[in-house]
Design a protein around this ligand. Structure first.
Ligand SMILES: Cc1cc2nc3c(=O)[nH]c(=O)nc-3n(C[C@H](O)[C@H](O)[C@H](O)COP(=O)(O)OP(=O)(O)OC[C@H]3O[C@@H](n4cnc5c(N)ncnc54)[C@H](O)[C@@H]3O)c2cc1C
Ligand code: FES
Length: 282
């Protein structure tokens, strides 16, 4: 039986940086020793709107990376798209603002025991946790190549320092405004055989994750994806975030992506049934 991440803690934390990078806000939060508990793939649930807010549900954001700084101690970085009311509120918070958060939540990306070839695939702000992951993979001797994609240039998040943590980075935009014109999934099949990829790590829109799972279905490649199903409670209580997953005995389980994920084995997720009732559809 899955449970909430046992390292999760609730704390009031100070925003120590908030800058615009393309269409995203790069938000830095001082979280002290909590950084030691956060792993690539984990997410944070943030209370939005202030003390008298009508927005009662916390909002989920991937932890982009954690670091130790001399000025602020342990810091957690988030890459936030000002999307609806809650994320716009967070993006409008100035340095010095205190927010209420719960972290780390959810599962983390598995790190190979051998120094293998890996491919990281990020869609939009989905690239955020992949740069921190790349640093861990490189430190374990893996060869790390990366593909980033988005509809247009402003939606690509590719920090300069992040580019140094990968062997190669290719960018794809659907309108051709940056990098190669096309979808980020276009070159994956070829790269798997050219580079002899052992593991693909992906994070981005559900359609992109489903497309990668379809590509890897008949290949000897592990696909670890960080899913982004809508979440209400974020701690395993409400069942808002369930995803249909095929078990070894061919039965279907509805797993809660907030505690059984967000990192899941893409080959087990029944992508065609996401958002449907499998007992009715089957
Ligand atoms: C694991 C995870 C990681 C994410 N990482 C990032 C990230 O790094 N950067 C980023 O910009 N965004 C990220 N998101 C998306 C982000 O959580 C949403 O964009 C954000 O919640 C939007 O909040 P809002 O108030 O701006 O939008 P609104 O659309 O106004 O509100 C959305 C909120 O409504 C609630 N909700 C949605 N669907 C339901 C439902 N079916 N039942 C009940 N309540 C529901 C949820 O609390 C949700 O957060 C991530 C989401 C998940 C699940
Ligand atoms: S968001 Fe409530 S169970 Fe996952």
């Amino acid at each position: 039986m899955s449970t909430i991440n046992r390292n999760a803690a609730q704390l009031r934390a100070t925003i120590v940086g908030n800058k615009l990078v393309g269409q995203y806000h790069q938000i830095l939060i001082s979280v002290g020793d909590l950084v030691d508990k956060c792993k690539p793939g984990n997410f944070v649930a943030i209370s939005v709107g202030g003390d008298s807010s009508k927005m009662i549900l916390r909002r989920a954001f991937a932890i982009s990376r954690v670091a130790q700084s001399t000025s602020f101690g342990g810091t957690m970085e988030l890459i936030v798209a000002p999307h609806g009311q809650g994320s716009k509120w967070l993006c409008a918070q100035p340095e010095g603002a205190v927010i209420d958060l719960v972290a780390p939540l959810g599962s983390a990306f598995g790190i190979p025991t051998e120094p293998v070839q890996v491919l990281l695939v990020g869609g939009g702000y989905g690239s955020a946790p992949l740069f921190g992951l790349a640093e861990v993979l490189k430190s374990r001797g893996c060869k790390v190549d990366m593909l980033l994609g988005a509809s247009t240039a402003g939606k690509i998040y590719a920090p300069m320092e992040g580019k140094r943590s990968v062997n190669s980075l290719r960018i794809y935009t659907e309108d051709g405004s940056m990098g190669i014109a096309g979808k980020v999934t276009d070159p994956i099949s070829q790269l798997i055989s050219d580079l002899d990829v052992a593991v693909i790590y992906s994070c981005g829109p559900m359609g992109m994750l489903a497309a990668i799972s379809a590509i890897t279905a008949d290949k000897d490649v592990v696909h670890q994806c960080a899913v982004e199903e809508s979440m209400a409670c974020g701690i395993g209580i409400c069942m808002t975030c369930v995803l249909p997953v095929r078990n070894e005995d061919n039965s279907i389980s509805m797993l809660r992506s907030c505690i059984d994920g967000p990192v899941m084995d893409g080959s087990n997720v029944l992508w065609d049934l996401v958002g449907k009732n499998p007992t009715v559809t089957q």
